[in-house]
Design a protein around this ligand. Sequence first.
Ligand SMILES: *Cc1c(COP(=O)(O)O)cnc(C)c1O
Length: 367
Amino acid sequence: MTEDSFNRVVVDCAALTRNYRLVREMAGVPVMAMVKADGYGHGMVCAAEAFARGGCTLFGVGELAEGVRLRRAGVTGEIFVTLGFADEDAAAFASYQLTPVLYRFASALALSRAATEAGQAIGVHIKVDTGMGRLGVLPAELASFVAAVRDLPGIRVAGIMSHLAEADIPQAASTARALASFAEAGQALSLAEGIIRHIANSGAVLFSPESRGDMVRCGIALYGYHPAGRVAGTCLQPAMSLVSRVLQVKQVPAGVGISYGHTFRTTRPTTLAVLPVGYEDGYSRALSNQAEVLVRGRRAPVRGRVCMNMSMVEVTEIEGVEAGDEVVLLGSQGDESVDADELAAKIGSISYEVLCLLGNNNKREYR
Ligand SMILES: *Cc1c(COP(=O)(O)O)cnc(C)c1O
């Protein structure tokens, strides 16, 4: 008896390493590899290790617990915790040598106490909201915030950072405004030596070279996808596949309703393959009657509703499909491939969400 599922996500670690090298070369400045959301579904630790093999020494996570997990797994280099922390957890930044992102003065106080107790100086990066309308101090408050933080014992202001709302759109007016606002807010700090500045994500690296600053923070490009969806001529290589197998093959006549709600009805004698993949595996119910999977190197359309742990595909035109055949729901088989942008378009979303859904709901295997 095996504990394996029929379904597995296969991650090509060499592709992650190659993508890191490409992005690093494109950026021309140090690249913080964003490995939040369990490495965009690829597995945080393995993704960080793959980027490290390409030379990466800067990693970004969301929460403190992720940073601790990365450190405990033996990842060296600087680890940025971008969502801040609860005051009572401040000591972890000293004990695990993590870099906090600050946007609230109360957390600076908590951090200062923890740093003083640990007898260490903790470098912090301060988040500025330059128009994203999300986390961060407002540009007008930055200078006084930095000055107040700098006065606290045990804290060193190492950087200021911001985030762009429309970096995936070339020449977006909001990007130009945010860059100007970030530059202006930063000018007020010009007396402070050694404060680095970073605002660019993958979209900004690809579309707005002027945004690169002292460092960039990239996620999606490292995982092989262009933030603007499918774009011709990128050398980035997707690293994730989702592979399953056929449970049953059967011939049904014309006029048969398929799956819950009978949203598909056969109009001819039809061969169906039943797959052990459903929305519990991150294969969205919105893919019902929309997606295609690969069987024997050919595309097979999903028929009827995607269920919780099963889906049906039509293989009438594909010769010789049998129970046990390998099925690729994301990735390539033979000359065909299905990528996360294709699935994202069908559910009104973006590759980021498809990677998280599939990657974080299936057992992973590393190649
Ligand atoms: C996730 C994240 C990024 C990376 O964005 P991509 O579009 O995936 O490159 C950059 N900065 C912050 C703060 C993030 O949370």
